[in-house]
Design a protein around this ligand. Structure first.
Ligand code: CA
Ligand code: CA
Ligand code: CA
Ligand code: CA
Ligand code: CA
Ligand code: CA
Length: 425
């Protein structure tokens, strides 16, 4: 008796996996099948599954099999099998599908000017023009080359090729002698340093440090946030490494430029990146990517013993590590929200800003006119009303930017906070 192997054909269309920060060659799918895999499906004695990938544009799939015999003419015995076909589900979109609160983006920025499969965009910052809110600038890091500036429509205003900028943050009225500046700081992985820029009225970044401010950390610089003390009016930059080292630098003026001195360092013994300071509360939140969120005193003399934020832990089914970007929505009077990107299930976790940072719930940014967001790195929030955003903006990085079915380079999405707050009132 002849055995006929039954083939179940499944075709995955996927545009190639993201690479980490290593050198690699990216092999794009074509119309021809590649990465052909055979695996067990059902009874292994009689059944096998074969899968392969092609580009999205290929929408049909058939397989043909015949029992091998010595005759060169075997076409007559060929059995044709129609395969099933599904787009590749990138990452863990399904892991967050139980989270029902969802919003859509109002605006997306121009894609970062890197190849579409490069992990490039990372962390946003929002600079509000002192006189004209419509001239607000969204800054974003391109961790493969510099800083990008966008307007509120998402159009690119400027690109600053300043090095591999990982995270960025900004503060207003940073004292420089008798003067005061708006300053953007970024962790610069090209020179293992922190970069400082003056933000001019047109949203132009001007390097303002007289020397390379090299980090003392042993591992590469990674996360970054700024803190402006209500006690002393001093401005600080916190910077961390993947090894969990944290440094606090105090900014000071030297003639017409800004320099920084290291005033505190401590060690968290686990990979860190996302950080945000709450200036009003004098605290800094630090995300341990695989272990939840910790809160510390942000003053340089403060304790380096952190407080663990309950429910930012693995026991919370709404949070799937990594914890990435952190941001604060300021509702005034010390009230508001702490928001964290839960990168492992493409969602965002919301905590109270005050007291013990009670966990309030999670939401997702799903496909609308603009594609939803996946695998978000950095996020930023402003509560200042801006044109089109009456309760302020949530800006998030999108790891997989699509226009329809076409994959583009990564970008940032702008969400109206008005749409988010309905879930957490
Ligand atoms: Ca990423
Ligand atoms: Ca930021
Ligand atoms: Ca990270
Ligand atoms: Ca997306
Ligand atoms: Ca990141
Ligand atoms: Ca898009």
């Amino acid at each position: 008796m002849k055995n006929l192997i039954v083939l179940a054909l499944v075709i995955f269309n996927f545009p190639g996996l993201f690479a980490q920060d290593i050198h690699y060659t990216n092999f794009e799918p074509t119309v021809f099948p590649d990465r052909i895999m055979i695996s067990v499906s059902g009874n292994p004695a009689t059944s096998r599954a074969i899968s392969w990938r092609t580009v999205f544009e290929v929408t049909g799939s058939i397989g043909e099999i015949a029992v091998l015999d010595p005759s060169p003419v075997f076409e007559n015995k060929v059995v044709t099998i129609i395969g099933t076909h599904s787009p590749w589900e990138e990452g863990s979109r399904k892991a967050g599908e139980h989270i029902k609160n969802s919003v859509t983006a109002l605006v997306e920025t121009h894609p970062v000017n890197q190849k579409k499969n490069i992990d490039s965009a990372d962390d946003p910052a929002i600079w509000i023009h002192p006189l004209f809110p419509e001239k607000t600038v969204i800054f974003g890091t391109d961790k493969k080359g510099g800083m990008v500036a966008y307007n509120l429509k998402g159009e690119e205003l400027n690109y600053f090729p300043t090095g591999n900028m990982n995270n960025c943050d900004l503060r207003y009225n940073v004292k420089l002698n008798a003067d005061s500046l708006d300053v953007l700081a970024a962790s610069n992985r090209s020179s293992h340093s922190l970069s400082l820029f003056r933000i001019t009225a047109n949203g132009i970044l001007d390097s303002v440090h007289p020397r390379i401010i090299t980090s003392h950390m042993l591992d590469e610089v990674y996360g970054l946030c700024m803190y402006q003390s209500r006690l002393t009016q001093k401005t600080y930059v916190f910077i961390n490494s993947k090894a969990g080292e944290v440094e606090q630098w105090e900014l000071f003026g030297v003639q017409n430029s800004l320099d920084a001195r290291l005033v505190r360092s401590f060690q968290l013994n686990s990979q860190t990146e996302g950080m945000v300071a709450d200036d009003d509360m004098g605290t800094i939140y630090i995300g341990k990517e695989a272990a939840g969120i910790w809160k510390f005193d942000a003053e340089p003399e403060g304790s380096t013993i952190g407080v663990f934020i309950e429910n930012s832990s693995e026991q919370n089914p709404n949070i799937k590590y990594d914890i990435e970007g952190l941001a604060i929505y300021d509702s005034g009077n010390g009230e508001g929200f702490l928001v964290a990107s839960s990168q492992g299930n493409y969602s965002y976790a919301v905590f109270e800003r005050q007291k013990n940072n009670k966990y309030l719930g999670s939401f997702r940014i799903t496909d609308g006119e603009i594609d939803g967001t996946e695998e978000t790195d950095g996020i930023e929030i402003t509560s200042i009303p801006l044109p089109g955003f009456p309760k302020g903006i949530l800006a998030v990085q999108d790891g997989y930017n699509y226009d329809g079915r076409k994959k583009k380079s990564q970008n940032f999405k702008l969400i109206s906070w008005e749409d988010v707050e309905v879930f957490f009132k």
